[in-house]
Design a protein. Sequence first.
Length: 164
Amino acid sequence: MTPDLVTALGPLLTAEASAEAYASGAEPADLEQTVWLRLLERLDAHDPPRDPPGWLRRTVRTEARRTRRVARYETPWAGDPADTGEDGPELLALAAARRHALRDAVRRLPGRCPRLLEALLSPHDPTYREIAGELGISQGSMGPERSRCLGCLRRLLAAEVASG
């Protein structure tokens, strides 16, 4: 491809591809790249276009139509076709076992920690104000108390994992 042809057709191709890409669902740069490839194929076959600007406009429209047509019949790859988005029975059983082990460890914690962490793990998602009212502690002490209890839980679980 001659540098003069690239220089002459570059701005026209950019404008045409930008205009056609939106309607075809393609990216303008992808459309430009495809048209440049078509031009290279023609030049390689020793069949240069007689009217380069006209050929370029027609080719951009042809490639945009092809992109629309392909997009209509193709579906995007969404992962494993057998994957229904639901967890299999093995994953559900493992998740239930982890929840059970966590709740069991929380019940063995000292002091107010079991009640505090059970409240924090509640599916009802209570606020700090509600938990503080339920446990009879000030809302301001909830953060430090939670940190202390989580530290105890971390140590307890680390010891269990280490003992195997």
